[in-house]
Design a protein around this ligand. Structure first.
Ligand SMILES: C[C@@](CO)(OP(=O)(O)O)[C@H](O)COP(=O)(O)OP(=O)(O)OC[C@H]1O[C@@H](n2ccc(N)nc2=O)[C@H](O)[C@@H]1O
Ligand SMILES: Nc1ncnc2c1ncn2[C@@H]1O[C@H](COP(=O)(O)OP(=O)(O)O)[C@@H](O)[C@H]1O
Length: 282
């Protein structure tokens, strides 16, 4: 059997998210602050000589060829012209449609992992560009550093916000990103802010009001976590998060909410686990 390469695919949080306007193509101009979590999926890769891409562990409800992992692998094959393929195993830990970027992160880990395994030598710029074609959130996972993002999320400025511990609550409801971005009541006229200093005090999420209105489960999670610390929505939800100074405090709060809420505790991280692991392989 070929040697396997196992790599993490961390979650992200949007520490703030402002919507500045809507472009002619319907996409929204954003300003958002991405930070990674030391918590995520895990992917393993083994090269195949016959050029086939096979996701061995499929996700129920996501057809094989629509999975962002398979799509990322095909795009990298096309760009590089490699004759190699891969068997890929996914250990799915992150909730789907939660605004913590699991699918995008899986795609980025696939691009970096297969580029390493296949020895195709792509630059980070090339991989970020392929990633953008798969989703607005993929490039930040390819770059692997916490970032202030503008445009539709592709113009990235690396930043180093504070790295607290977070409680992330996972309301058991799927929020459609497209539905929120087409909501008539969505705030779309936030004033642009400057990148530096890192906008920690200016940290609202413009999607939160409409998500709270449409999804009572999310409002409930925000109210419950809000009893302990400032609680906020990540991306278009459904997940909500709050920061704590240490793990013990975060664990205690999650335990107090455990009767009615699903969630996890994770440390914020400005260098993604994926990049830390890749550096250790070099
Ligand atoms: C809102 C954010 C913030 O990080 O996160 P999530 O909540 O999805 O994690 C992202 O920008 C989401 O990125 P991503 O999930 O990759 O979105 P895409 O698949 O590119 O777009 C899904 C749909 O959302 C709308 N969309 C998305 C991004 C954007 N800047 N403007 C939009 O209007 C479009 O209608 C699009 O069809
Ligand atoms: N590898 C993958 N992991 C998760 N979702 C995927 C994947 N590939 C495709 N998808 C599709 O992308 C959708 C959004 O996934 P996800 O990235 O988890 O949400 P979000 O962007 O809200 O964080 C899923 O509902 C699923 O249909």
């Amino acid at each position: 059997m070929n040697a396997t390469l196992t790599l993490p695919a961390p979650a992200k949080l949007n520490l703030m998210l402002h919507i500045l306007g809507r472009r002619a193509d319907g996409y929204h101009e954003l300003q958002t602050l991405f930070q990674f979590l030391d918590h995520g999926d895990e992917l393993s890769f083994a090269a195949r000589e016959d050029g086939e891409i096979r996701l061995v562990t499929e996700i129920p409800g996501v057809p094989h060829d629509s999975n962002l992992i398979v799509r990322a692998a095909h795009k990298l094959q096309q760009l590089t012209g490699t004759s190699l393929g891969a068997d890929i195993w996914l250990n799915k830990v992150l909730p789907m449609g939660g605004g913590i970027g699991g699918g995008s992160s899986d795609a980025a880990t696939t691009l970096l992992g297969l580029d390493h395994l296949w020895n195709t030598g792509c630059s980070e710029d090339q991989l970020a560009e392929i990633g953008l074609g798969l989703g607005a959130d993929v490039p930040v996972f390819v770059r692997g550093h916490a970032a202030f993002a503008e445009g539709v999320g592709e113009k990235l400025t690396p930043v180093d916000p504070h790295e607290p511990w977070y409680v992330v609550l996972v309301p058991q409801v799927a929020v459609s990103t497209a539905e929120i971005f087409s909501h008539p009541l969505l705030t779309r006229n936030s004033k642009p802010i400057k990148v530096r200093p890192v906008p920690e005090g200016n940290s609202r999420n413009d999607c939160q009001a409409v998500v709270e209105q449409s999804y009572p489960e999310v409002r409930n999670a925000l109210n419950l976590l809000g009893k302990f610390t400032e609680a906020r929505l990540t991306g278009t939800g459904s997940c909500v998060f709050g920061a704590f100074p240490d793990k013990a405090e975060a664990d205690k709060v999650l335990a107090l909410l455990a009767e009615t809420q699903t969630g996890f505790v994770a440390k914020g991280s400005n260098v993604s686990m994926l990049h830390r692991k890749l550096r250790s392989l070099r």
